[in-house]
Design a protein around this ligand. Structure first.
Ligand code: AMP
Ligand code: MG
Length: 370
């Protein structure tokens, strides 16, 4: 493994080690006796459905953990929001509005997220580029309009995309760790952390969950984190991998393509079915290839399993843009990362280690259809 990947992994492992259940001072598992399973669902955060399932001694105990977790997620949603201003915090929208004029002091979570993504970019992982906001905002506008008024849906002009693509260098995002400020040396640059925000948020609430309710399953749209095993006799949480084409590929288990049995791991999926609009009968989704400036057609879904949800989220977007062969080579260089690709022709590929979790597919590396 290259030194910089080792450094990234060490950094993430150090973060995870802060949580009691993963660290050296791990707490013993709670006994199953007297523990009940509870579920809470919320639709207004991160523009997605968030579900927390957990085993707790009482409804009150579960509610109190839920309140803290969802307060933290609500706050992070405000901080990472690129589309709405915030009167109280310098969130991403405010950074995009002000950072070309003067350095903007930002909340710690936002600073650390930008710094981490910039480090990944500097280390050569450039398919997920959070400085592509100028390009992504054009796609966002056309997708929003095309969804509201499907009859007049159109594609963004390539000239506009290319013009925006001249302003996507993370070298132009100047960070001052002491003052915790962000400055743009390119006034046309915009940040968009949509590719990593949910994963980062899942990791952020992990220490709290591990301390207060270690047997949990947290799902933020396509990002799922499974804590310690469920206290109902099962040895792992079952996390479904969605069938990206349930209509066309109904013979592959209907809505669920596979089930991953996991504990202490995150399962994150990037798919072309989450956000898209249709122009002249063709679907245009939300994951944009920085080279072509068009929605990537390499895969229809990519699922990543590892210990850090931020890394899994970053990588799911990265692998979605790369060919699966390039992606496989990348995963081989990063310890503890497994991935599953579903390609547009329906073939499924995976890293060999997916076997440890996959219930049905168990595809050999090199790929085979389910
Ligand atoms: P995900 O579902 O995690 O793959 O993230 C998709 C979101 O990331 C999109 O809605 C955009 O906000 C953003 N995005 C799309 N393409 C890219 C890219 N190549 N680099 C960085 N962010 C992207
Ligand atoms: Mg992602």
């Amino acid at each position: 493994m290259k030194p910089y990947f080792r450094r990234i992994i060490c950094l993430l492992c150090a973060l995870l080690a802060l949580s009691p259940a993963f660290g050296a001072g791990a707490q013993p598992c709670l006994s199953e006796e007297g523990m009940e399973k509870f579920t809470f669902r919320e639709l207004s955060i991160f523009d997605t459905e968030i579900t927390l399932i957990g085993f707790a001694p009482s409804r009150e105990a579960f509610d109190s953990v839920c309140e803290e977790v969802f307060d933290a997620l609500r706050y992070l949603d405000r901080v990472f929001d690129a589309y709405h201003g915030d009167a109280e915090i310098n969130n991403l929208y405010e950074v995009n509005r002000l950072a070309a004029e003067a350095p903007v002091e930002v909340p710690e979570e936002l600073f650390r997220l930008i710094a981490w993504c910039k480090e990944m970019w500097e280390n050569g992982l450039r398919s997920t580029n959070i400085a592509m906001g100028a390009v992504l905002s054009i796609w966002h506008e056309y997708r929003e309009n095309g969804t509201k008024e499907p009859d007049s849906a159109s594609l963004p002009p390539m000239e506009a995309l290319q013009e925006a693509a001249a302003h996507v260098s993370l070298d132009d995002v100047i960070l001052d760790p002491e003052k915790q400020t962000v400055f743009f040396s390119d006034p046309a640059l915009l940040l968009d952390v949509g590719a990593v925000a949910k994963g980062w948020a899942a990791d952020a609430v992990l220490p709290l969950l591990m301390e207060r309710m270690p047997s949990f399953l947290l799902s933020l749209g396509g990002n799922v984190y499974a804590g310690e095993p469920p206290l109902d006799g099962r040895s792992a949480w079952a996390v479904g991998v969605q069938n990206p084409r349930p209509g066309e590929w109904a013979d592959r288990g209907g809505a669920i393509l596979d089930i991953m049995d996991v504990t202490g791991l995150t399962v994150v999926t990037s798919g072309d079915y989450w956000r898209y609009y249709t122009v002249d009968g063709v679907k245009y989704h939300h994951i944009i290839d920085p080279d072509t400036l068009m929605p990537s057609r390499q895969a229809v879904s990519v699922t990543v399993i590892c210990k850090s949800s931020a890394l899994a989220d970053f990588l799911s977007t990265t692998l979605f843009v790369l060919s699966w062969e390039e992606g496989l080579r990348l995963t081989e260089r990063i310890e503890g990362v497994e991935a599953l690709w579903v390609l547009p022709d329906g073939t499924v590929h995976s890293t060999p280690g997916i076997d440890a979790y996959s219930r049905y597919l168990k595809p050999a590396s090199g790929g085979n259809a389910p």
